[in-house]
Design a protein around this ligand. Sequence first.
Ligand code: FES
Length: 109
Amino acid sequence: MIPVCRIEDLPEGESVRIEIDDTTPAIAVFHTESGLYAVDDTCSHQDASLSEGWAEGCFVECPLHAALFDLRTGAPTCPPARRPVRTHEVGVVDGMIHVRPAVREDALA
Ligand code: FES
């Protein structure tokens, strides 16, 4: 698990973009009224940062063309995005938010 920040440093309604290493795509962590979520930060449509989008409940709207993604599954729920973004395990340990990046399918080949 990768430490992100203390839970009090990511209040409800906020999001943060984290970079882990050169081989792991950046991850966006959201704290909404529905809980904590982590998905790939880059939209599956074009090069936009979902951490700069508008999150509410279990959804985030891309800031560039307004595709809506379900933060629970990564699935787009409206165009123009057609492909999902990956979701990542997120949790709080001793007041610290942690993320476990999902294994990339191309890293398994
Ligand atoms: S870049 Fe996200 S919907 Fe187009």
